[in-house]
Design a protein around this ligand. Structure first.
Ligand code: NDP
Ligand code: 2IT
Length: 445
């Protein structure tokens, strides 16, 4: 494989799509040896076919606000690869959304979904819509307008979207309502649905729980556990909430949360009613964490900074891509942090990951560590197909088993001669082999 030539071609075809280039380069660097050992991959053009999405739908989303003003946003769905199952992946509503971000997320989703052991291909979608400050009715009208285009290319055996940043249970409800009206069908077309109409127990918690289960597995390889550990978490959304909940259950102390305005440091630990308050803060649609410090006297608000400067044993970034850079990585290490587990997608920059590698920090990439969310979406799809509903315990046991299986795959494919595990390499190789072999079985299509 001529990695540099592939990257030059990609950058020429898609100039400026830096997040997409970053995600592709990381995977190619991990798999180059495995790829070169198997001539079938090269003769089947696997890389060229894998790094190009199957198709990208881009559409206009016109909607009317509460004052009667008309707005137009851009909507997208990237159907990346369906070699092992229907396209599957979330929808992101955030003003920063563009095709580079959705292609990076869709590309990552291919390997993540392959790691879950379930039959799901990779896709992603969303819009540059800003949910912050919008009324409930405005959110509803936007979701309805978005689905008026999206429904044409999705289906329970074709492409099954879900939530991501800015898309939670409320948005999934409004999107679902419009899909149902357009198709006359009540079917498992989205995951993250309400519990009364096809949703799965544990889906809201699943990504965060899965991240913590994965962190526990990594620590266990060193004879350690989460009990008594101090943890820095970023974000205050769905993933951060699930992670903080499970960390507390397992005896760890969470000392930070963050938002676009800065971070909260709470030496007493973020537990109990403070976790409930995270949900209120998120539901307020205001996009800030500062009010947390007004509510709880042990909490301090630090404006315009990331939480990676605090003393902690473990860091779990759960906000967004490239939120933890080389400087942050050095600060974490100098403060004694020994384990970094990605809750968000690609939150650590390549330079930060290199620093973790050099310092032998336990580091897990998002496509392995945060796969519990989409895995539980896969479990929701299974329940919908069978028209049954599993108990909380049943879903949680399956989620736990899947996270253990992902950890095992990473260890198997990422074990170095010195006994250390390169989880980035392990996750990329395991996901790649499954998808590439399926593509070979199915011919050049
Ligand atoms: P939420 O919308 O619930 O929360 C996202 C958090 O990140 C919020 O605190 C948000 O603040 C912050 N954030 C988003 N964009 C930016 C930005 N550009 N700069 C600073 N902060 C930002 O989303 P989720 O918790 O669902 O998602 C968090 C991460 O986890 C994302 O990377 C997502 O892709 C990933 N993920 C989500 C899964 C899921 O099932 N939900 C599954 C696997 C991964 P605000 O929105 O107020 O700006
Ligand atoms: O990044 C992700 O894995 C998600 N946002 C969840 C996708 C899903 O289909 O549940």
């Amino acid at each position: 494989m001529d990695l540099e030539k592939i990257m030059i071609d990609l950058e020429k075809h898609y100039p400026g799509e830096t997040e997409y280039h970053q995600a592709v380069r990381e995977v190619l660097e991990s798999i180059v040896d495995v790829y070169n050992q198997n001539p079938h991959f090269e003769s089947s053009g696997i890389i060229e076919r894998l790094i190009e999405p199957d198709r990208v739908l881009s559409f206009k989303v016109p909607w009317v606000d509460d004052e009667g003003r008309v707005h137009v946003n851009r909507g997208y769905r990237v159907q990346f690869n369906n070699a092992i199952g229907p396209y599957k992946g979330g929808l992101r509503f955030h003003p920063s959304v563009n095709l580079s971000i959705l292609k990076f997320l869709g590309f990552e989703q291919i390997f993540k979904n392959a790691l879950t052991t379930l039959p799901m291909g990779g896709g992603k979608g969303g819009s540059d819509f800003q949910p912050k400050g919008k009324s409930d009715k405005e959110i509803m009208r936007f979701c309805q307008a978005f689905m008026l285009e999206l429904w044409k290319i999705i289906g329970p055996e074709t492409d099954v979207p879900a939530g991501d940043i800015g898309v939670g249970a409320r948005e999934i409800g409004y999107l679902y309502g419009m899909y149902k009206k357009l198709t006359h069908e009540h079917t498992g077309i989205l995951t993250g649905k309400g519990l009364n109409w096809g949703g799965s127990l544990i889906r809201p918690e699943a990504t965060g729980f899965g991240v913590v289960y994965f962190t526990g597995e990594m620590l266990a390889t060193k004879g350690l556990s989460l009990e008594g550990k101090t943890v820095a978490v970023s974000g205050f959304g769905n993933v951060a909430w699930g992670a903080v909940t499970k960390l507390n259950e397992l005896g760890a102390k969470v000392v930070t949360l963050s938002g676009p305005d800065g971070y909260i440091y709470d030496e007493a630990g973020i537990s109990g009613e403070k976790i409930k308050y995270m949900l209120e803060l998120r539901a307020s649609n205001e996009d800030v964490v500062q009010p947390f410090a007004n509510e709880f006297s042990s909490a301090v608000f630090i404006r315009d900074k990331h939480p990676w400067e605090v003393k902690c044993d473990i860091a779990i970034p759960c906000a967004t891509q490239n939120e933890l850079d080389a400087d942050d990585a050095s600060k974490l290490i100098n403060n004694g942090c020994a384990c970094v587990c990605e809750g968000a997608n690609m939150p650590c920059t390549p330079e930060a990951i290199e620093i973790f590698r050099k310092n032998k920090i336990l580091f897990a990439p998002g496509k392995a560590a945060n796969a519990g969310g989409v895995a539980t979406s896969g479990l929701e799809m299974s329940q919908n197909s069978m028209k049954i509903m599993w108990t909380r315990e049943e879903v949680d046991v399956r989620l736990h088993q899947i996270m253990s299986a992902i950890h095992k795959s990473c260890v198997k494919n990422g074990m170095k001669p010195n006994g250390e595990v390169d989880y980035v390499k392990g996750a990329n190789i395991a996901g790649f082999l499954k998808v590439a072999n399926a593509m070979i079985d199915q011919g050049i299509v």
